[in-house]
Write a protein that binds this ligand. Structure first.
Ligand code: SIN
Length: 188
């Protein structure tokens, strides 16, 4: 039985939530991580949606994250059932090549790695799409859902990416703006 691999680029980086046998840090190609997906079930509510990351096609760019290996059939079934619920607002599943620093960008370390994507398709009713850094940060600072404050998601993502050596400009700019808003609110 072939192993199942899952690529995480958002909360899956710091919280897998399923049993895995290996975890590799690395990147996929031709995608960019963006805070364009609305979250009404984890980091916001239907009345006040939060924002979580999704992937947008971006030829030539790299998106850093982690790949989890799930070997045993029983573990794969449990992981898939769990992920289908957790990622239910992500309407697409793609299978991508995954690279590591060691293998470099020319030959994949793992092929056929599953990744959940929230697409701009009409069927994805929670998709919010692009907005200014200020607007995205403001929305994140004020949103909270069953999985906790949206700001915790943002700051955790920034921290874990930095620990992996990844300086994601989009994430860092939004986190900087969110810190400014929080400081402003605390000092007024
Ligand atoms: C992921 O982590 O790969 C998907 C997005 C999320 O759950 O934050």
């Amino acid at each position: 039985m072939a192993a199942m691999w899952v690529f995480g680029y958002g909360s899956l980086i710091w919280k897998a939530g399923f049993h895995y046998d290996d975890r590799l840090v690395g990147f996929i190609k031709d995608y960019r991580r963006v805070f364009y997906q609305g979250s009404t079930d984890h980091r916001g509510t239907p009345e006040y949606p939060g924002r979580t990351v999704t992937l947008e096609p971006a030829p030539g760019e790299l998106c850093w994250g982690v790949a989890y290996k799930v070997s045993r059939k029983e573990d794969q079934e449990v992981a898939l059932t769990y992920l289908e619920v957790r990622e239910k607002q992500y309407d697409k599943k793609e299978y991508v090549d995954f690279f590591t620093k060691e293998t470099g960008g020319s030959s994949a370390a793992v092929t056929g790695v599953m990744v959940y994507i929230a697409s701009p398709d009409k069927a994805n009713i929670n998709y919010l799409g692009p907005a200014s850094v200020e607007e995205i940060a403001k929305q994140i600072v004020h949103a909270e859902g069953p999985s906790g404050p949206n700001r915790d998601y943002l700051f955790n993502l920034e921290k874990t990416l930095l620990q992996m050596g990844c300086k994601d400009e989009h994430v860092m700019k939004i986190a900087d703006e969110a810190r400014k808003l929080i400081q402003g609110a605390n000092s007024s």
